[in-house]
Design a protein around this ligand. Structure first.
Ligand code: 18C
Length: 259
């Protein structure tokens, strides 16, 4: 059972491939991933988060924050989807071959470097929103998991997660193209809950529920009108989470369950 002392760094290291562990980015990846998991698993606390979208099991909260006059509102979303696992959720989010299928904000996506099976560097150009300039991003993406405990309860540390975090890439300097560079830190985390009714028999898709947490902080990097930006994310975050989870359900419905 997890405690405040859970050493996420150690758990993440145990799951990582050797190629990731040997890379110069590793200390940063371990630090950011551990921090993201810790904050994703933290409750909402009192006061600070405001609910701005509620749609069935999906709830989205934000905090209004500005830095140097730019809106950087942190987002925290929770959702529950029956029929998929945390591993499946993070698989389709992490691997580049699926991204154009579900990512509605993309203009182009390039894999800059595949560091390892569990760590990839990306350059993405996103769709332009009038009247702001077009945006691009360079980030590493890391897929991790904490193995299943005997008993998959909500307070055990088992989970899968993909973390995306901005990194400077000399091959893609900011504002080298005609885009403004955005800076992002994002986690998508999934915990699989198995219905007790499945005990002692083969697990079916009906018996599993994925508890999802998605947290994002995106710094727009340069001028963007606050009201437009807030209207854009209010539309885009729910659209993403609904579309993406529907995509994972569709892709996996006839496949064996990957726990
Ligand atoms: O996590 C998501 N996707 C990952 C894989 O692509 C990855 C990407 C995250 C960042 C996406 C930010 C894109 C902003 C670009 C502008 C938006 C275009 C909208 C196009 C509409 C047709 O980790 C899922 C991401 C879900 C979508 C998030 C939207 C967040 C918006 C935040 C505002 C950022 C700056 C906006 C520029 C100015 C707008 C006035």
């Amino acid at each position: 059972v997890q405690t405040a002392q859970t050493n996420w760094g150690e758990l993440i290291r145990a799951a990582a491939t050797n190629a990731s562990l040997k890379h110069t980015y590793w200390p940063e990846i371990e630090r950011v991933v551990a921090e993201q998991i810790r904050s994703a698993r933290m409750g909402l606390g009192k006061g600070a988060w405001q609910l701005f979208v509620e749609d069935g099991e999906m709830k989205m909260y934000r905090r209004e924050v500005e830095e140097d006059g730019l809106v950087v509102d942190p987002l925290k979303a929770t959702h529950q989807v029956k029929g998929i696992t945390g591993r499946e959720l993070c698989h389709y989010f992490f691997y580049p071959e699926y991204r154009y299928d579900w990512e509605g904000t993309l203009e182009t996506m390039n894999v800059v470097d595949k560091i390892a099976e569990d760590t990839i560097l990306f350059h993405q150009i996103h769709k332009r929103i009038w009247p702001a300039a077009q945006r691009d991003a360079t980030f590493w993406s890391h897929l991790t998991h904490v193995p299943d405990e005997e008993n998959k309860s909500e307070d055990s540390p088992h989970m899968w997660a993909t973390v995306n975090s901005s990194v400077e890439l000399p091959s893609h300097p900011p504002n080298g193209g005609k885009q403004v560079r955005i800076y992002l830190t994002i986690i998508l985390m999934g915990q699989t809950i198995i219905s007790p009714a499945a005990k002692g028999r083969e697990i079916k898709r009906d018996d599993i529920t994925c508890k999802i947490t998605y947290c994002a902080v995106v710094n727009p990097g340069g001028w963007a009108p606050s009201s437009v930006l807030r209207a854009v994310y209010k539309r885009e975050y729910p659209k993403f989470l609904k579309r993406f989870t529907a995509y994972v359900l569709e892709k996996t419905k006839n496949l064996p369950i990957k726990l």
